[in-house]
Design a protein around this ligand. Structure first.
Ligand code: APR
Length: 308
């Protein structure tokens, strides 16, 4: 029997993720949304693509949480995306309500699942999901760092005219404007970009990465990015389903690591079937530590607004 992934929210991110999972046939998918007909329509469309993709995955679209029962992974993308001029933080109250509701309903019927939160402001939404689900913290995590790192990798690859695949990058901290791209840990075949790109250009690439989401929002005008967010989430889903023990930057619940306690933020983790199986502590220099602290403080101030 295939593993089961429930994708909550059949909008741009959710439907793109569902496509990636079904096309690669790594799991069966349940696509849930409150919108009448939308999850069913998208699921039917994806089902009809399966013969063409040679996929044996099944996909069910639904407005009924019962269909999500016994999922191995629950991905929460439900909520509202940004519009031009909005920060991820502007979505706080509206999305907290949505994430709280969908977590309660899904966790009840899939008590052993791993939850991956995508809805923004993601680090805070992961905390909402942790509290409402009552799950162990290692089974509730957020997607942000892989996406931010992928953006950084892309910009570095363009700068040096190398394949983006050969660029390894790391972005830590909250998935917001104070995220912390880490040039020292960003390498091409093991060589740090500090040795390859001028400080001035690195600063420009870091800045573009920090505002990578807003750059796309400004172009699209009606919503936010979804192909790369879905691809980043896919990588996490796959790591959990196949117990890959991938080392990836994800939002994890910190309990003293990096000097932070009781808060979600983006750090390197080992991702496997148990969820966040390990938090990797890097040796940061003073500047990196200060930047990370600032980023964590920003997440904390949002959490405080919600009285979690
Ligand atoms: N229960 C289930 N689904 C809901 C609920 C709810 N209570 N409220 C909203 N939704 C659904 C909407 O009906 C919509 O189909 O969530 C979906 C969101 O899809 P989009 O508007 O296309 O947004 P998307 O681009 O997918 O982004 C979703 O991910 O990256 C983040 O910032 C982004 O928070 C946003 C989320």
């Amino acid at each position: 029997m295939k593993k089961k992934v429930s994708v909550i929210g059949a909008g741009n991110v959710g439907a793109s993720l569902a496509q990636m999972i079904v096309q690669s046939a790594i799991a069966d998918v349940v696509l849930f949304d409150i919108a009448d007909g939308v999850p069913e329509g998208k699921a039917l469309d994806l089902s009809e693509a399966c013969p063409l993709w040679g996929s044996s995955s099944s996909i069910v679209g639904t407005n009924d949480y019962a269909h999500t029962a016994d999922s191995d992974v629950i991905v929460i993308t439900a909520g509202f995306p940004r519009k031009p001029g909005m920060s991820r933080d502007d979505l706080l109250n509206a999305n907290a309500k949505v994430v709280s509701e969908v977590t309660e309903k899904t966790a009840k019927v899939s008590p052993n699942a791993v939850i991956i939160v995508v809805t923004n402001p993601m680090d805070v939404m992961a905390q909402v999901s942790l509290k409402v689900s009552g799950f162990d913290p290692f089974r509730v995590m957020g997607m942000g760092g892989i996406l931010d790192s992928a953006r950084f990798r892309t910009f570095v690859a363009w700068e040096l005219n190398v394949s983006p695949e050969d660029v390894e990058a790391l972005v830590l901290g909250g998935h917001g404007d104070l995220m912390v791209p880490m040039p020292r840990f960003t390498t091409i075949k093991g060589v740090s970009i500090i040795e390859l790109i001028s400080k001035e250009r690195i600063d420009a690439l870091v800045e573009r990465t920090r505002h990578g989401g807003a750059e796309i929002v400004a172009l699209l005008k009606t919503g936010s990015a979804y192909y790369a967010p879905a691809a980043a989430t896919y990588q996490m889903v796959k790591a959990v389903l196949f117990d890959e023990k991938r080392m990836l930057p994800c939002a994890a619940y910190l309990d003293g690591e990096y000097g932070a306690k009781g808060i979600y933020t983006g750090v390197p983790v080992m991702l496997g079937s148990g969820g966040v199986e390990k938090i990797v502590e890097l040796n940061l220099n003073e500047q990196e530590k200060a930047d990370l602290e600032k980023s964590v403080a920003a997440v904390k101030s949002l959490v405080e607004k919600l009285n979690l």
